[in-house]
Write a protein that binds this ligand. Structure first.
Ligand code: APR
Ligand code: PHB
Length: 389
């Protein structure tokens, strides 16, 4: 088989890239290790920047987002000594949209199907070849049979555990990593959210977050130990911990109910540089991970794909390599700012075990400063709402 762009991974990054290229008339094939149901079964964050929403709309996959997404003009930060309302709209001029990543992925899968371009699910043993030449290839096994695709470009959109980044010789890639000494325990339930906007809670016992998927479905998280498991905590135990960390008013109005999904997510900051190796380009979680505190994961995948799709389209249609040459640098400039913001927000809101005596009062002062300074709130708002492309 031959195609112009072989895309590895059918997560949001791979699917969106496929869609934008399809819209530009560029042939592409997506190879995905799992089944479509498995991909949709993964539950992830759900805060979309306006800039990212514009890219989804432009790609033709924004209709349901605009119908069902909840526009949030701000959010709250609660700490024992201060309550801070971050008015995103007033401070940054922009709002965010609450829309589950699973829903965004479903919209992209439907658009993919309508495009008629091939997606090969349950493609095993995907391997990348000759991406340092002008004629790269990708091989895979489907139903026990080996296949090969010749292409002009390979897009590695296969997430943190994918094969694309791992295929690059070690000497050609540099990675930066921070692993946090705690995780998030998340619970999804069909109960109305405790508040119409998100609440990020800093508590001496640990972080908590009140989020939602709709006005009848809530998403809550509490900071937990790295040894916690999804099965290890009962719904009752979760609600009790959450309630104990919430501000009094929220704790009183909290509606609990049976979980429909539970997960434990470790927190990591990670960047791989560069993001281009000859004809191989990395995008999304394949190249970087942020801790979920700033809700940047999906938004970064979308901005990478925006830059990469424009670069490939330019190379194919105008025969100029300026875009693909600049891709890595351009994407990384935005990624590092989001890494900085996500690490900062994580530091601000979590309980860090085993820190020195200075850490807690510093964290308290950081909250006080944020509460008292409109300049500090503006900096937070412009990062949360999304930096320009
Ligand atoms: N071969 C083919 N597909 C693979 C391989 C492989 N060897 N390894 C991984 N994949 C697939 C995974 O099964 C997954 O469906 O690549 C896809 C990668 O999707 P994501 O992990 O969702 O990554 P991405 O599309 O970059 O989306 C980033 O996901 O984790 C969140 O916070 C993150 O919101 C962000 C988004
Ligand atoms: C979520 O709704 O899952 C969510 C929201 C905000 C975050 C992280 C996760 O910062």
């Amino acid at each position: 088989m031959r195609t112009q762009v072989a895309i590895i991974g059918a997560g949001p990054a791979g699917l969106l890239l496929g869609q934008i290229l399809h819209n530009a008339g560029i042939d592409n094939v997506i190879l995905e290790r799992q089944s479509a149901e498995y991909v949709l079964g993964r539950v992830r964050a759900g805060v979309i920047e306006e800039g990212a929403a514009d890219i989804l709309r432009e790609a033709g996959v924004g209709a349901r987002l605009d119908r069902e997404g909840l526009v949030h003009d701000g959010f709250d930060i609660h700490a024992p000594h201060r309550d801070i309302h971050i008015n995103l709209k007033r401070l940054s001029g922009r709002a965010v949209i609450i829309y589950g990543q699973t829903e965004a992925t479903r919209d992209l899968m439907e658009a993919r199907q309508a495009s008629g371009r091939p997606t090969i699910y349950e493609a095993k043993d995907v391997a990348l070849h000759d991406f340092d030449s002008d004629s790269p290839k990708v091989s895979y096994v489907k139903d026990g049979q080996k296949h090969e695709i010749s292409c002009d470009y390979i897009a590695g959109c296969d997430g943190y555990h994918g094969i694309s980044r791992a295929s690059v010789p070690e000497a050609s890639i540099k990675t930066y990593e921070r692993v946090y000494p705690f995780a998030w325990f998340g619970l999804l339930a069909d109960v109305p959210p405790v508040s119409p906007e998100l609440i990020y809670v800093q508590n001496p016992e640990g972080f908590a977050l009140c989020s939602m998927r709709s006005m009848t479905r809530s998403r809550y998280y509490v900071q937990c130990g790295l040894d916690e498991t999804a099965e290890g905590m009962s719904d009752e135990a979760f609600w009790k911990i959450l309630k104990s960390r919430l501000p009094a008013e929220a704790a009183e109005t909290l509606v609990t109910g049976p979980s429909i999904e539970k997960l434990v997510a470790p927190l990591r900051s990670f960047v791989a540089e560069p993001m281009r190796f000859g004809r191989l380009f990395l995008a999304g979680d394949a190249a970087h991970i942020v801790p979920p505190t700033g809700a940047k994961g999906l938004n970064l995948a979308i901005s990478d794909v925006h830059y990469l799709s424009q670069a490939i389209i330019e190379h194919v249609q105008e025969k100029t390599a300026a875009g693909i040459d600049a891709y890595s640098q351009k994407a990384l400039a935005r990624i590092w700012k989001a890494e900085r913001f996500s690490a900062w927000m994580t530091q601000l809101l979590h309980r860090f075990p085993d820190t020195d005596s200075f850490a807690a009062p510093l964290q308290r002062a950081e909250v006080t400063y944020l509460a008292d300074s409109e300049a500090a709130q503006t900096a937070l708002a412009e990062n949360y709402a999304g930096l320009p492309y």
